[in-house]
Design a protein around this ligand. Structure first.
Ligand code: ADP
Length: 400
């Protein structure tokens, strides 16, 4: 491995109408990766808007981009690239881009330099993640078209979970479908990988142990890590499995889907729309998909949604502790996990029988990492950083 030359690395997470991006400065004397600026271009196709903040959280842009909006992410990306480069000093040229790609299928178990063959393979994986994979690939292609010399690296949400053993990864369905790839892939892998990395850096003894990580965001899943390696996770073949989320149901009786198709005349597209956008916290509460609107709301639907979310999360933690044969630490992360003391409290109250007990004051204090009592299994809040993980992978690959 050689030292990477000093420059800026762009990390992209592209959706259907938004692009989240982060620019890191890399290749300084000590080879550290440092956040430079980051933000989001959203509302693409309706009223595009750019909001960017520096590493010091100062506003760098808060502008309407309607005049540049040609309706799609690939069409607006070259303008974003131009804007980003206009904010980079001459001694900090763009030297590469890292992409968050939702699906790496059965074979891609680590990040890689993107080539034409990789683009082709990623395109062929679209049926495994039809709502996200095409957007990820479209952004890669758009960037390659406007900057053919810029090396691009793909980092997969599924890759970290390729270590899951068959006992946890296999569905109880006919073997021919398992052989055809209908299996547990798991998601949020870059987030779990960051937590494993963070623990290795800061709590090396715990990092070697049995750790359950609860990534609770608008999409939510949990993973069981043994010595920093994923051995089980709550999401499955798709990002619908596991615990209820903002608008997705989590695990449910598949018989319901047969019934809805037969008796409510729902076709595949209707089911897909319902399962991805109308279920979960929104479906139960009939109020909102956002936990901030739910957690202190006394409407019966909101109370029930919160109770279900917390209890299913606790059940999932207990289930992953079975996969691990115990639990040495519990980590909360992502939007709800990092900012929701009420939810952490309710989840952990259900886990008292497993020796988990929160310190109420620490749990209520923002920025405290260890929030459990001294006698308890350690419970921690660790902010995730998927973008950093992608930057780290890209730097490793670009300097190889
Ligand atoms: P994603 O990356 O999956 O879109 P995030 O990890 O950013 O999601 O989490 C977003 C979610 O976090 C929001 O939908 C909201 O429900 C939740 N959230 C953010 N702040 C709080 C808070 N203070 N209390 C409870 N939930 C919060």
């Amino acid at each position: 491995m050689t030292d990477i030359k000093k420059g800026a690395l762009l990390v992209l997470n592209s959706g259907s109408s938004s692009v989240k991006f982060t620019v890191f400065q890399v290749g300084d004397a000590d080879q550290k990766i440092a956040l430079y600026f980051g933000g989001q271009l959203d509302g693409i196709g309706s009223s595009a808007h750019l909001k960017v903040k520096t590493a010091a959280k100062e506003l760098l842009a808060d502008d309407s981009w309607e005049h540049l909006d040609q309706g799609t992410v690939p069409a607006i990306l070259p303008h974003l690239l131009e804007w980003i480069e206009s904010k980079l000093p001459a001694d900090l040229p763009l030297i590469g881009a890292g992409h968050r790609v939702v699906h790496g299928g059965e074979t891609f178990d680590k990040p890689m330099l993107i080539t034409d063959e990789i683009i082709e393979k990623l395109t062929s994986l679209a049926p495994l993640a039809p709502l996200h994979q095409p957007q990820n690939v479209a952004a890669i292609k758009a960037l390659a078209a406007s900057r053919p010399d810029l090396p691009q690296v793909a980092c997969y949400d599924t890759a970290f979970h390729r270590t899951i053993p068959a006992i946890n990864g296999t569905f109880a369905i006919p073997k021919e479908y398992t052989d055809a790839g209908v299996t547990r892939y798991g998601f949020h892998g870059l987030s779990y990988e960051y937590i494993a990395y963070n623990l290795r850096q800061n709590k090396p003894d715990l990092a070697k142990g049995k750790v359950v990580v609860a990534h609770l965001g608008s999409g939510a899943s949990l993973a069981a890590l043994q010595d920093g390696v994923s051995i089980d996770t709550s999401m499955g073949f798709s990002a619908l499995d596991g615990i209820p989320m903002g608008t997705r149901p989590g695990s449910m009786d598949p018989g319901v889907l047969i019934y809805l198709m037969r008796e409510h005349n729902m076709d595949v597209d209707d089911l897909e729309k319902m399962l991805y956008y109308k279920c979960g916290i929104l479906g139960i509460s009939d109020i909102s998909n956002d936990m901030r609107d739910i957690e202190e709301n006394q409407e019966p639907g909101a109370v029930l949604a919160l109770d279900i979310f917390c209890q299913r999360t606790a059940k999932q933690i207990a289930s992953l502790a079975v996969s691990l044969g115990g639990i040495d630490a519990l980590v909360f992360t992502a939007g709800i996990g990092e900012n929701g003391p009420i939810i952490r409290d309710k989840v952990c109250a259900d886990l008292a029988f497993m020796g988990i007990k929160l310190d109420a004051e620490k749990n209520d204090t923002r920025g405290v990492e260890l929030i459990s009592t001294e006698e308890s299994v350690p419970v921690m809040v660790i902010p995730t950083d998927e973008e950093f993980m992608i930057a780290q992978h890209a730097v490793n690959i670009l300097s190889a």
